[in-house]
Design a protein around this ligand. Structure first.
Ligand code: TYM
Length: 334
């Protein structure tokens, strides 16, 4: 049923929408984890531009952001010799498979998606049919490649549950064609919160609460110094103080690998929020420095990025075509 990878390693698929500037939540919840595990797995990382157009986009901006996102993937440390990086719309099978899934997914399953309900409440009558169909396109992304694991942040859990349900329904109704994937969600960093309202996740739609990966050092520092914290003095990981918990989580994740919560608490023993913010600001500036410099380097040769994206799509297309053909035949198409 599954397609073994050449290496016998697990196949991993994930993606990000090129619909805004990338922030620390995208980095700590997704990209950093992809980079950390890239030599353990067989990786496919996508720039999901077809998802981005479920809400209105300026065409030129979308095109630029897709290339910028590819540069972020590389600048964060993904190694293109080990990882296929491509733009979703370059592999036509995503849209084709999504149609099959639109036709087998009960309306009730799609209507239950909380991200759809939130988005629809926000943009009301401007909501497109594509917004409702968004999760079936995401299922197509993952299932086309027979992925074992999908490394994402917490907010994508429900979409991956739906993907599993769609795979199981397809296999039950038409025969065993699709691998049922698993969500790979880390216990720490899966939900980085807004710096202005730590009860909400850090999100492209709330720029004030965001730390953007390409913000200059003075902006990074000022965002962190202005972060909302809770009353209290002791610097401890404390679920009842979400602002502090968020800052400490970011601090831990940007510290050297293996740093525990106890290490961080010990480090700040006897110190207050001011010391934490100051040190965190420097850690973020230092932590993002190499990524920012690498991004600037990559921007000098846009032709190289185009080649890399074309090569990425050429590498993954045969896998998508094979699954697409098997699914279409199983449904009696053609
Ligand atoms: P998107 O583009 O909203 O976010 C990309 C990734 O960043 C994670 N993320 C966060 N993690 C921690 N804290 C946060 N505040 C935070 N904000 C975002 C997301 O969980 C995600 O991993 N539907 C997806 C894109 C997609 C996809 C796929 C993902 C399309 N097809 C197939 C995986 C597999 C989305 O909108 O992510």
């Amino acid at each position: 049923m599954s397609t073994p990878t050449h290496s016998g390693k697990k196949r991993v698929f994930s993606g990000i929408q090129p619909s805004g500037e990338m922030h620390l939540g995208n980095y700590l919840g997704a990209i950093k984890n992809w980079v950390d595990a890239q030599y353990d797995n067989d990786n496919i990382f996508c720039i999901v531009d077809l998802h981005a157009i479920t809400v209105p986009q300026d065409p030129q901006t979308l095109h630029r952001r897709s290339r910028d996102l590819a540069k972020i993937y590389l600048a964060a440390g993904l190694d293109p010799s080990r990882t296929a990086i491509f733009i979703q719309s370059h592999v036509k099978e995503h849209a084709e498979m999504a149609w099959l899934f639109n036709c087998i997914t009960p309306m009730g399953w799609a209507n239950r998606m909380t991200q759809f309900k939130e988005k629809q409440a926000e943009i009301k009558e401007r909501s497109s049919v594509g917004l409702l169909a968004y999760p079936m396109l995401m299922a197509a992304d993952i299932l086309l490649y027979q992925a074992d694991g999908v490394p994402v942040g917490e907010d994508q859990r429900q979409h991956i549950e739906l993907t599993r349900d769609i795979a199981q329904k397809f296999n039950h109704d038409y025969g065993p064609v699709l691998k049922v994937p698993e969500a790979w969600i880390r216990s720490e960093g899966a939900r980085i919160m807004s710096l202005q309202d730590p009860t909400k996740k850090m999100s492209k739609s709330d720029p004030a609460g965001c730390i953007l990966l390409l913000d200059p050092p003075d902006v990074l520092r000022s965002r962190i110094m202005k972060a909302v914290t809770d009353s209290g003095r002791e610097v401890r990981f404390d679920e009842s103080r979400p602002g502090l918990l968020n800052l400490l989580t970011i601090y831990q994740l940007l510290s050297p690998p293996g740093t525990t919560r106890q290490d961080v608490e010990r480090h700040f023993e006897g110190q207050g929020y001011g010391a934490l913010k100051k040190e965190l600001a420097e850690l973020v500036v230092e932590g993002l420095g190499p990524l920012q410099r690498h991004f600037a380097e990559l921007s000098k040769d846009e032709g190289h990025i185009e080649d890399l994206l074309k090569n990425g799509a050429d590498r993954v297309r045969p896998i998508a075509q094979q699954t697409m053909a098997a699914a279409a035949a199983a449904m009696g198409l053609g």
